[in-house]
Structures are given as structure tokens and as C-alpha cells.
Design a protein around this ligand. Sequence first.
Ligand code: UDP
Ligand code: MG
Length: 330
Amino acid sequence: MSSDRLTVLVAAYNEADALPLLHPRIVAALEAVPGLDGRVLYVDDGSTDGTWEALQRIAQGDARVALLRLSRNFGKEAALTAGLDRIEQGAALILDADGQDPPELIGAFVAKWREGFDDVHGTRVARAGDGIVKRSTAHAFYRVMGRLSRTPIPADTGDFRLLSPRAVAALRQLRERHRFMKGLFGWVGFRQVAIPYERDARIAGGSKFNLWKLWNFALEGITSFSTAPLRFATYLGLATAFLAFAYGMWIVVKALRWGDPVAGWPTMMAVILFLGGVQLIALGLIGEYLGRLYMESKQRPLYLVDEWRPGDAPASAPDQAATTCRITAT
Ligand code: UDP
Ligand code: MG
């Protein structure tokens, strides 16, 4: 029987409690799909709890499991990139380590892939595990993003998705430092399809993203995929200049017809403060983009690898000989 290779990619940061619960579910789901050569790749994103030990225990009993450990915490987007870089064959399926993306759906994802889709993504119809603040800010974010960006980014869709081999290869070519994965997936294009699912609560541990991190994440998304804020500053400037000109004309006309009894200190203060504020906002906007340009220009690697343990299942990746290699830059 021809078998399709699928690697389940899980980025984990301090998920020692969740991973042992999640792994059997992934394995069961992979085994339930006929004709599938299922693998699992865990990326330890610089965890400080027992995550690496837990992963080693999981890998010991299972030759299909590969492990990658980064030199420190680089963040989920970099961890996923590191994992995708190691998937040299077949498709990839990205899953959260906390069980919020149910592995039981793997069969449905693979079915869509076999129909010929390149990007099968899970779209949340319910978010049982998330509070009202997270739900509403996430909702607003996807709407704003959709308006500002010309890259199609499906709403209410996270990183839970299956990527065909050519989508993985395409994604690997995008080496930008500021990585907004949801946008990069959309940028790649190809044939996309959504699978609606209900997002469960975490099986263990707490969320790694607080509101401040999410706000920065939103900024990242908007600045990476849209220059609309810069254009907004231009239009704001134009509108202000136009209003100022009209007002100036009115002052001249007024002074000519009725004379000019010196007054208007409040108006002047209001105008000065308003303009000062507008200029600072515009400067800040430019700064956001300039800062990102600066980081991008350094050309640093996206992550550093501490340890790489490919799985030792038969017919594994070409670089099977190397069991561990330390500090490889990518
Ligand atoms: N994660 C990661 N590196 C980080 C933060 C998070 O690899 O710096 C992983 C985390 O282990 C989990 C996934 O990203 O598998 C999603 O994180 P979390 O569940 O905390 O986010 P939420 O679901 O609350 O948005
Ligand atoms: Mg989660």
C-alpha cells in the first residue's frame, strides 16, 4: 500500500504535565488512519520545567518520535519554524501541546489532504477554554487584520493545520525575523480548506500568552502584513492640513471684516496640543516599522538548536545517521 508520510509538529514550552496526556491521543489518531506513515516531532522551546525529560521518556518508547530542543525560549513562531525546517518529507500537521487542538481530528485533516488540499486549517466555532476577554479581543483582532491586510488570513483560525509537502517547502523559503505564522500560511496560498472544530480547554498547565503578549502579537501581525497604518498617518496629515488651511482663511476673512480683538488662546492651545499629539502618533508608527526593519537587517538566525534527535523508525529522513548535533544555526 502506498503510504503518505505525515509529521505531527508540536511546539512545547513548559508543557511537562500536558505532553504525556497528549502523546497517546496523537498516536491513536495517527494509527486510526489507513495507509498513513505517521510521525511526531516535538520542539522543546527552551522549557524550564521537566518538558525535555518528559519528551525523552515519550521518545524512548516510540521510534516514530523525533525531538528538537532549542537553545532557549524563542517563542512559538520560531519553534514552529524550527520544526518545519526539520520535516524533509511528507506533510506536516501543527498541533498545540495543551490538547486545545484535538488530535482526534487528524483523520479528517488527512482526508482533505488526500482530496488535494494543501492547507487544511481548523477554524474555531467555540472556544470553551478561553475567557470572555480573550475571545472578544481575538474576535476583534481577526476582523481588523482582515480589513488592513491584503494577504487573506482566515478568521478564528490558529496554527492548527495540515500543510502539504509543497506548502511546507514554500513556507520554508520565508525567512523573515518577525514571523506572524497565521499570515505566512495565508501568504503561501495554494488550495485551502477550513475544518470547523470546537476548541477545548487546556488539559494541563496555564496559558503562555497574557494580554500584553497578545497585544504585541497583534502589533506584529498588523505591521508584518500591512502598511495601512503608515498610510493612515499620511491621510491624517492631509486632513489636518486641509482643515488648518480652511480655518486660516476664515481667520483672515474674520480679521478683515470685523477687526482682530486679540483672543483665542484656548483655540490656539487646543490646536497646538492636537497637532503635537498627531505628530507623536505618526512618529511612533514610523518607529514601529523602523524598529522591525532594524531587527530584520541584522540577519540573525531565527533560532538555535541545542539538540536534535531524529526518530529511528525505518525509512526515516535522509540524515538518519546523525543522532545528535549541537548548536546548528538555521
Ligand atoms: N508555546 C511555545 N513557545 C512559547 C509559548 C508557547 O512553544 O514561547 C507553545 C505552547 O507550549 C503551546 C502553544 O504554543 O503548545 C500554545 O500556547 P498556549 O496554549 O499557552 O496559548 P493559548 O492557547 O493560550 O493561546
Ligand atoms: Mg492553548
